[in-house]
Design a binder for this molecule. Structure first.
Ligand SMILES: NC(=O)C1=CN([C@@H]2O[C@H](COP(=O)(O)OP(=O)(O)OC[C@H]3O[C@@H](n4cnc5c(N)ncnc54)[C@H](OP(=O)(O)O)[C@@H]3O)[C@@H](O)[C@H]2O)C=CC1
Ligand SMILES: CC(=O)[C@@H](O)[C@H](O)COP(=O)(O)O
Ligand SMILES: [Mn+2]
Length: 383
């Protein structure tokens, strides 16, 4: 039976690759609703190809423009538009590939409608993982990880008893600056930072990879998704990005999921789950061609942002909201040329130091802390 899909962030890196998968499997998947941000040109292309019933864009003016061009399609905009797409009545699966904690409310609303959530938007789990997981349990909604490491963990745990898992081992490529010392990071440019060795991704996550905050967010994401203590979540530097992560069991067996670095694999798995579908044109993994895989211990002094993420996760409550919002704000400032690369983690550490943890924050409190943290980071660069 065809699965009807709604897609948040259709014009981004994950969104476009989700569309590739829908295009590859027209019998299995149908795009019924999607959201774009400001890329109206790309949104137009997607409308022409898939004729969805609902489209949302960031700005009202763009919605008015598209409505004139496509009068038979329902147009929405802003945060309400994201929720309209996420809860579209015809869709059974929501792919959330929007960028940042802006994806939180639409995820929660989709859960209330018992949609299956294919979740790429890791910031949602970092900022309010307890709310998302509690809502998923209450409404009996399934959350399927799209992030490559968490898809690997999920696949490695398939059919196993959760109580027999002893450790999660996330792999990290090291990002654009993995072979540079901290002092060599002082004068790096935006273009240098955007040059990821293995993955082609959106700008924000590529910077997160370079600071190692991406892995920090992923450690918190893993804790939330798999309810694992931080002491039992490790990160290992693996420069090839072939092993996407590993699960150790109490008998010391380790299960791993391997593959070429291609996000369409975990995206497709989340869409086809519990089945698998062929990917006829995809590059197959050839270990003989690769020859060697490398593993190195993570250096928490060199990759200070990873330490900050563990600290925030262990502090719990609203501290992960602060970590995430400060990171989003600081990365935006870096990408805008307003701060240097090393200043990103400096901003995050300073707001974390000032924050007093609020335990079990509700949605209103999360949104309040998120907004205040962003303001605090922006104010840091004004003076
Ligand atoms: N890229 C990857 O390989 C991976 C990404 N992820 C996660 O997936 C998510 C998306 O990442 P990625 O695809 O790289 O990001 P991109 O920046 O490439 O895409 C982001 C998408 O969100 C839209 N968007 C951004 N801001 C808004 C807004 N205010 N309102 C509405 N829409 C908005 C953009 O619209 P527009 O472009 O039209 O403005 C775009 O469609 C992130 O959470 C990331 O961490 C996880 C694993 C891998
Ligand atoms: C593809 C994906 O899931 C990214 O989150 C990826 O993991 C980035 O790689 P590193 O953070 O390991 O550099
Ligand atoms: Mn990842």
């Amino acid at each position: 039976m065809t699965k009807n899909i709604s897609l948040l962030g259709a014009t981004g890196s994950i969104g476009i690759q989700t569309i590739d998968i829908i295009r590859e499997h027209p019998q299995e998947f149908k795009l019924v609703a999607f959201s774009a941000g400001r890329n109206v040109e790309k949104a137009r292309e997607i409308i022409l190809e898939f004729a969805p019933t609902l489209v949302s864009v960031q700005e009202e003016n763009d919605a008015i423009l598209l409505k004139k061009e496509f009068p038979s399609i329902e147009l929405a905009y802003g945060s309400k538009g994201l929720i309209d797409v996420a809860t579209h009545p015809d869709a059974s699966v929501l792919v959330n590939a929007v960028l940042g904690s802006i994806g939180l409310e639409s995820t929660l609303e989709a859960i209330k409608q018992q949609k299956t959530i294919a979740l790429a938007n890791k910031e949602t789990l970092v900022t309010a993982g307890h709310l998302v997981m509690a809502a998923a349990a209450k409404y009996n909604a399934i959350i399927l990880p799209v992030d490559s490491e968490h898809s690997a963990l999920f696949q490695s745990m398939n059919g196993e008893k959760r109580s027999q898992v002893s450790r999660l081992i996330l792999t990290a490529s090291g990002g654009s600056f993995r072979d540079r010392t901290r002092s060599e990071l002082k004068n790096v440019t935006i273009q240098d930072a955007l040059n990821h060795p293995n993955w082609s991704m959106g700008a924000k996550i590529t910077i997160d990879s370079a600071t190692m905050m991406n892995k920090g967010l992923e450690v918190i994401e893993a804790q939330v998704l798999f309810d694992m203590p931080y002491d039992d979540i490790d990160v290992v530097l693996h420069r090839e990005s072939i092993i996407h992560s590993m699960v150790e069991f109490q008998d010391t067996s380790v299960m791993a999921q391997l593959g070429t670095p291609d996000m369409r694999v975990p995206i497709q798995y989340a869409l086809s789950y519990p089945d698998r579908l062929p990917r006829k044109k995809a590059k197959r993994l050839n270990l003989v061609e690769i020859g060697k895989l490398h593993f190195e211990e993570m250096d928490f002094t060199r990759f200070h942002a990873l330490q900050l993420a563990y600290d925030a996760g262990r502090a719990g409550g609203s501290m992960t909201t602060v970590l995430n919002a400060a990171n989003e704000a600081a990365v935006a400032l870096f990408l805008n040329g307003d701060i240097t690369f090393l200043k990103i983690e400096d901003c995050i550490e300073r707001v974390m130091d000032k924050h007093t943890v609020i335990n079990m924050p509700d949605l209103e409190m999360i949104l309040h802390v998120d907004a205040n943290t962003r303001k605090a980071v922006q104010n840091m660069v004004k003076y």
